[in-house]
Write a protein that binds this ligand. Structure first.
Ligand SMILES: [Mn+2]
Length: 284
């Protein structure tokens, strides 16, 4: 597969967190050369306003919206060249813009420790990165997208590797209800042989698909350099066993990789591992 790498250093906390340095760190680890990828440069995706907007409940909402538009334009353009976009976040707030750039009618394979199904009221942080899946299925705060309706049919969304359950009301927080049409496979069903079996099962079909990898799907023991680590995640072999068949399915439009916090990787060892695994997964 011929890849084009596009940097989208969107940190939706607006506080200059290490996700914004992830593309630079992965490039320094030689990702483009290892993939034989074209360099599509970067979009202006910086969020520097840490204020939570009272109407939408989203931090830096104007900058988040603008970044999303910029990402969408580039994704559409890259698909038009016949290459596969590899979008380097940034955090998961790049997802709405990314999907807005795709032709309608695709499956979404969403690997993440979290469900990202908050909205502007329920989110404890106000970061668009915990609302991205609700935004793209049209359950999120209004006005974040330039289109009406969902970007992806909830029944075409497969959430893989989460271990954070729906919050219940017992802890005083409002319940988060994931659209019941969304397919969910928690991390404890994606270990060892189960990972490869799930990858093969999902790969069947002909519908175009997008692969979104939040690196916190990995266990913090193997990748601690993320902002919201959750125990009980996948190891590197589980990830490649699951994602390998998806990449080789012939269905993949492209891929987004998010939530690597480069500030927590002072010697670059985690960037090196991520680049090596991506090269192994995505090279022919
Ligand atoms: Mn996550």
């Amino acid at each position: 597969m011929r890849w084009s790498v596009l940097d989208a250093p969107l940190d939706s906390s607006g506080r200059g967190r290490g996700e914004r340095w992830a593309p630079a760190a992965l490039r320094s680890a030689g990702l483009l050369g290892r993939l034989g990828a074209a360099d599509a440069g970067a979009v202006d995706a910086l969020v520097t306003d840490p204020t939570r907007d009272p109407d939408t409940g989203v931090i830096g909402v104007d900058q988040v919206r603008r970044a999303g538009r910029a990402i969408a334009v580039r994704v559409t353009e890259l698909l038009g060249t016949g290459r596969h976009p590899l979008i380097l976040g940034g955090d998961c707030a790049i997802l709405p813009g990314t999907l807005q750039g795709l032709p309608a009618g695709f499956d979404l394979w969403f690997l993440d420790a979290h469900l990202d199904f908050e909205d502007g009221r329920t989110s404890p942080t106000g970061e668009a990165a915990d609302m991205d899946l609700s935004i793209v299925t049209d359950h999120g705060p209004a006005g974040l997208l330039d289109r009406e309706g969902p970007l992806v049919d909830p029944d075409q969304v497969h959430v893989l590797g989460h271990r954070v359950p729906d919050r219940d009301t017992a802890d005083g927080m409002e319940a988060v209800r994931v659209d019941p049409a969304v397919h969910r496979v928690p991390a404890d069903r994606l270990r060892g042989p189960d990972a490869a079996a799930m990858g093969r099962a999902l790969a069947v079909g002909t519908t175009p698909a997008w692969l979104h990898l939040d690196l916190d799907v990995l266990d913090p023991l193997v990748l601690p350099a993320v902002s919201y680590p959750e125990p009980g995640g996948l190891d590197w072999d589980d990830l490649t066993a699951l994602a390998g068949p998806l990449v080789r399915s012939g269905r993949l439009l492209g891929m987004s990789v998010t939530d690597f916090n480069a500030d927590e990787d002072p010697d670059g060892r985690h960037a090196e591992r991520i680049a090596a695994v991506l090269a192994e997964l995505l090279s022919d």
